[in-house]
Design a protein around this ligand. Structure first.
Ligand SMILES: [Mg+2]
Length: 306
């Protein structure tokens, strides 16, 4: 039998875009979590073992992680070059014990999810393994997880998206600008010192999602715009007049190609998001997240501090 922490990991493929997701984000474990809190770990483990062949319902991050669209992107990249290592790599991180983890693995198999690694860590803070696995994006339903990950320097939005029936290809990812792709400081510099200085500041300070967005952009650039299995969008509440110039200048400097950009000038983002139907939308504003969810758009809140 297992004792203590159990981490069984293959070496991550070089350059892969590693995304970690917790079991409670990928599957709906609300009832089981309640059982865990009320009756304790042993009862929870017994329940998970007794039900190990019964698939769990999809959870909040399911739409983003399911076979398509991420798998579609990998397939297209490998069609171009079978030796390519720059692929999406999904890691499931769980503070479940390995004993109760069989149901998680069986559920992943049931839905045909292409998950390369499962980490079952009988530990309160499972985020300690994120860094060594080169994780660029961590999706969790738990605020403490998210804060721990942020402190470890791994970008981590909380409240990940829920199940959606949007068309599965191409992979559509929508970013907010300020405090997501760009750092918050730049806005202040823009107000006080003007556009040139702000553009310079944008290049120096990066938002919490920059590394993930850049990697996505690198994958995106392997294809022509018409053939790309990835589409990236910028949807900001700013006006095109001020934000437009600096955002586009900065993204050009970074080499990140955005397929479509929307400068909403304070108008709600929900309607445009409902039209794009992204697999995931990242924003630091809770009102924008709420607006997106009201439209049935999977969205992940990006906390700027914990
Ligand atoms: Mg923002």
């Amino acid at each position: 039998p297992w004792s203590g922490d159990a981490v069984s990991l293959a070496t991550p493929p070089l350059q892969a875009l590693v995304i970690a997701v917790t079991t409670r984000a990928i599957f709906s474990l609300e009832e089981e979590h309640k059982l865990y809190l009320e009756k304790g770990k042993e009862e929870y483990t017994r329940h998970q073992q007794a039900n190990q062949d019964k698939p769990l319902p999809p959870g909040t991050a399911f739409a983003f992680i399911q076979v398509s669209p991420l798998q579609h992107v990998n397939k297209k990249i490998l069609e171009r070059n079978p030796a390519e290592k720059d692929l999406f790599d999904i890691l499931v991180l769980s503070n479940n014990s390995p004993e109760s983890g069989v149901r998680i693995i069986n559920s992943a198999k049931h839905y045909g999810l292409e998950i390369s690694k499962f980490c079952f860590v009988s530990n309160e803070d499972s985020t300690q393994y994120l860094k060594s696995q080169g994780v660029k994006l961590f999706l969790s339903a738990d605020r403490t997880d998210v804060c721990n990950a942020l402190q470890r320097g791994v970008f981590s939005p909380s409240n990940p998206p829920y199940f959606s029936q949007a068309p599965s290809t191409p992979l559509r990812v929508v970013f907010d600008g300020d405090a997501v792709l760009f750092s918050n400081e730049t806005d202040q510099i823009f107000q006080e010192q003007g556009l040139e200085e702000a553009v310079h500041a944008l290049l120096c300070f990066q938002g919490p999602l920059k590394a993930f967005a850049m990697h996505l952009g690198k994958m995106r650039k392997k294809f022509s715009q018409e053939k790309s299995p990835i589409r990236t969008y910028l949807v900001t509440a700013r006006s095109g007049r001020d934000m437009g110039i600096r955002a586009i200048k900065t993204l050009r400097e970074w080499g990140l190609e955005i397929d479509e950009a929307f400068f909403m000038d304070g108008a709600p983002k929900g309607p445009i998001l409902a039209q794009i139907q992204p697999h995931i939308f990242f924003d630091d504003g809770l009102h924008n997240i709420q607006g997106a969810r009201n439209m049935g758009v999977p969205s992940a809140w990006v906390p700027s501090c914990c």
